[in-house]
Design a protein around this ligand. Sequence first.
Ligand code: GUN
Length: 280
Amino acid sequence: MQAKIIDGKAIARDIKEELRVEVERLKANGTVPTLAVVLVGGDPASAVYVKNKKAACAHVGIRSLSYELPADTTEASLLELVEELNSRQDVHGILVQLPLPVQIDEDKVLMAIRPEKDVDGFHPMNVGNLSIGRPGFVSCTPAGILELLKRTGIQLKGKKCVIVGRSNIVGKPVAMLLLREHATVTICHSRTEDLPGECRQADVLVAAVGIPNFIKGSHVKPGAVVIDVGINRLADGKLCGDVDYVECLEVAGHITPVPGGVGPMTIAMLMKNCVEAASK
Ligand code: GUN
């Protein structure tokens, strides 16, 4: 039987509609939720991401402030801007689009953002809070994955979840979130022995490796939920995930498409974090 397709675009749309109502309420109480978006240099992919984030802000009713800095911006001047945004009462969220040019230490910049305004959830304070079960901002892609699973009605308690990929921005935080839901969690990576065998144990398989079509039908337990975090651009310009969609569609119980799965959820959760930052 063919897998049910998890429609991330539709779920993200629902979330943004819910947020619109919340933003109206905040505005009626005198708070205009505001996100400062900082882009350094002219990386074309980053420019597209930033454009999409600003469009989502406009859709939900969040005010966005744009800071587009030249590629030769110094670390000191970027840190100065972050400090200014940290101290502004009317700015609730700060997003510095990554990657940054080589002369700038990304960690230093991310650590300079006040944790209460860190809507990306990249500050070590927020990462630490997630790992010890304290409240704080959760990074948007992992939060989006959890929201997709919850809104699809997937039970996680006691289930075996296997994550392929151990990055700081996806693999590790997804593991923490699933653990918080009482799942049994395994993180696999490039050095894992018998990766297909580990994957075949999974009730929920999350692929975040950055390799096109890496997860084959033979990696998937029949009926499993397959979440594809990959966004890979092929030579012909088409987008493709980390999951071989055609093969896995025949084996999985649920599957996310690329595009239209996890991607739209990332932006929806960024909006959610901004609204939360403004509500405090
Ligand atoms: N670059 C790629 N993904 C992201 C993201 O989620 N946030 C930021 N700030 N930069 C990114």
